[in-house]
Design a protein around this ligand. Structure first.
Ligand code: NDP
Length: 292
């Protein structure tokens, strides 16, 4: 039986709609959530993401600020922008678009963001809070994956989850979130032996690898839920790039119980969660009850 297609685009629209409603309620109390995005340099993919984030922030009714610095900006200049945003009471969320030019230390810049405004959840304080099961700012992409999984399954308790990839921005926080929901979690990576056999025991597979169509249908336990985080551009004969995930969609959809498509699966959830995190940060900053 063909897998159920998890419509991340529609789910993300619902999340954004709920955020917009809550923003409107806050504004009626005189509080407007504000999100600042810092972009250093002219990386084309980053420019697209930043534009999209700005547009959706405004659509949700929030205050949106974009700070652009040239690719030649020094680390001190970037740190000065972050410090000004930390001190700005109209800004509740700060996101520094990665990657940064090589003269700007990523770890140093991320560490300089006020953890309460760290809506990407990359600050070491938030990483530690998440790792110890405390209230944290949770990285947007894994949070989006968790929301899709909870929506599909309700409780994830006792399920076998395999996360492929151990990056700080996706794989590791994803594993922490699944553990927090009482899954039995395995983290696989490039040194994992016999990856297909590891994946085959999973009820939930999260692929965050960056290798086009790597996970094949015959690696899956029948009925498994597949969350494909990968976004890979592959050339086609027409010369136009095609977006594919880390999972071979055609073969996986034949075996899985449910699967996210690429595009239209996890991707749209990332910005929706960024907006949700900004709303949460704003509520916490103002001592207001947090959104559900
Ligand atoms: P990284 O390159 O930082 O990490 C990739 C991980 O995959 C590493 O842990 C690596 O292992 C592992 N890996 C690489 N090759 C293999 C292999 N052959 N078998 C098993 N594991 C392997 O990537 P990210 O986590 O940043 O991103 C992963 C994917 O998700 C990318 O396609 C990216 O574009 C996409 N992405 C999508 C987002 C969205 O909004 N939907 C947001 C962020 C990322 P090791 O550690 O051993 O090297």
């Amino acid at each position: 039986m063909a897998a159920r297609v998890i419509d991340g685009k529609a789910f993300a629209a619902t999340v954004r709609g709920k955020v917009a409603e809550q923003v409107a309620a806050l504004k009626a109390k005189g509080v407007t959530p504000g999100l600042a995005v810092v972009l250093v340099g002219e990386d084309p993919a980053s420019q697209v993401y930043v534009r999209s984030k700005g547009k959706q922030t405004v659509e949700a009714g929030m205050h949106s600020v974009e700070k652009r610095l040239p690719a030649t900006a020094s680390e001190e200049e970037v740190l000065a922008v972050v410090a000004a945003l930390n001190a700005d009471p109209a800004i509740h969320g700060i996101l520094v678009q990665l990657p940064l030019p090589k003269q700007v230390g990523e770890a140093k810049v991320l560490a300089a963001i006020d953890p309460a405004k760290d809506v990407d959840g990359f600050h070491i304080s938030n990483v530690g809070l998440l790792g110890t099961g405390q209230k944290a700012m949770v990285p947007c992409t894994p949070l989006g994956c968790l929301m899709l999984l909870r929506d599909l399954h309700g409780s994830l308790s006792g399920m076998e989850a395999v996360v492929i990839g151990r990056s700080n921005i996706v794989g590791k926080p994803m594993a922490q979130l699944l553990l927090g929901d009482s899954c039995t979690v395995t983290i696989a990576h490039s040194r994992t032996m016999d990856l297909p056999a590891v994946v085959r025991r999973a009820d939930i597979v999260v692929a965050a690898v960056g290798r086009p169509e790597m996970v094949k249908g015959d690696w899956l336990k029948p009925g498994a839920t597949v969350i494909d985080v990968g976004i890979n551009r592959t050339p086609t004969e027409s010369g136009k790039d095609r977006l594919v995930g880390d999972c071979d969609y055609a073969s996986c959809a034949e075996v899985a119980g449910a699967i996210t498509p690429v595009p239209g699966g996890v991707g749209p959830m990332t910005i929706a969660c960024l907006l949700a995190n900004t709303l949460t940060a704003c509520c916490r900053a103002n001592g207001l009850p947090e959104p559900e």
